[in-house]
Design a protein around this ligand. Structure first.
Ligand code: HEC
Ligand code: HEC
Length: 250
């Protein structure tokens, strides 16, 4: 671990980036020496998985502020949430280009599927825990919390999506507040901050050993799921979204 960490010191970054010439080039652009975005720089990344580099609790408020900031700068909900988390996580996470998550905006370039804030935050969680169990634990909780919580937090203009889908989230917000979908900007900006911060909080709890899932599947959905879900009697559907948000019972 010590050796791998060393790869990522400032000096080594500059060496990997091409030595003194890159150093001058970086200084010339006014970019911080630790910036992962230096053009032409090659950084020797440590071997994956990287969970060991998540070694101090995330500053939840900072994650929230950064996500709001990046959304405001036009990164969109998914990239904004992802970028805030990887930058707060620091190296080596911050070396991953955040634009990999840009597609997630508005539920996948406007398709209204998975809320981009969840998608981006979940990508950062997955980057930390990889195939480990915590990826599923944290993201499952994030989806459940998002579905059941009036968002954005700390405003009267909030709504419960009853779903992790962007489409349901926006339409329920329009219904609850009387706003138009095209007016969603400030709302989605605040929500992106809330979701990124929530993911940070859960990761801190995992790290501290205090994580307790608090959003299990509802009894109603569980009844449908047990029959229709994988391995059930019908075994003809997949997913743990609230069935009632789209189907009537029978
Ligand atoms: C005890 C098992 C069982 C449970 C619990 C159950 N279903 Fe079904 N469901 C069935 C069966 C059997 C059919 C097939 C009916 C048919 O094909 O005629 C069906 C059919 C359906 C269909 C197909 C369209 C239709 O109405 O025929 C939908 C959608 C559906 N169920 C949704 C749900 C939802 C939502 C819930 C929970 C609120 C639920 N089911 C609970 C057994 C169950
Ligand atoms: C976001 C909306 C949504 C949610 C949530 C959802 N479904 Fe569906 N479901 C659909 C759609 C769309 C179809 C396809 C219907 C079609 O094309 O006719 C479908 C189809 C089905 C069918 C087959 C229907 C048929 O006619 O045979 C079953 C059974 C079913 N869903 C069960 C469930 C169960 C159980 C849940 C909860 C665990 C659930 N669904 C949650 C949207 C949803």
């Amino acid at each position: 671990m010590e050796e791998k960490k060393k790869v990522l010191t400032r000096r080594d970054f500059l060496v990997s980036a091409g030595g003194a010439v890159a150093g001058i080039a970086l200084a010339g652009t006014g970019l911080g020496l630790l910036t992962p975005h230096a053009e032409g720089a090659t950084v020797e990344l440590p071997e994956y998985p990287w969970e060991q580099y998540f070694d101090k609790p995330l500053d939840v408020q900072k994650v929230q502020d950064l996500a709001v900031q990046y959304f405001g700068e036009g990164n969109g909900c998914a990239e904004g949430a992802f970028r805030a988390l990887i930058e707060a996580l620091g190296e080596p996470f911050s070396y991953v280009p955040s634009q990999i998550m840009n597609f997630g905006k508005a539920g996948g370039v406007g398709w209204g599927t998975l809320c981009g804030a969840i998608n981006g935050a979940a990508a950062a969680v997955s980057l930390v825990y990889g195939r480990g169990q915590a990826t599923t634990l944290v993201i499952n909780e994030l989806m459940g919390w998002y579905s059941e919580t009036a968002l954005p937090l700390n405003t009267t203009e909030s709504s419960v999506a009853n779903s992790p889908l962007c489409h349901a989230s926006i339409s329920n917000w329009c219904k609850a507040t009387g706003n138009k979908a095209s007016e969603r900007g400030p709302r989605c900006k605040a929500l992106t901050g809330d979701v990124a911060a929530r993911a940070a909080l859960y990761m801190n709890q995992i790290q501290a050993g205090t994580f307790v899932p608090a959003h299990p599947m509802s009894a109603e959905t569980k009844a449908c799921y047990d029959c229709h879900g994988p391995g059930g009697r019908m075994d003809d559907s997949l997913g743990t979204m609230s069935c009632g948000s789209c189907h009537d019972g029978h």
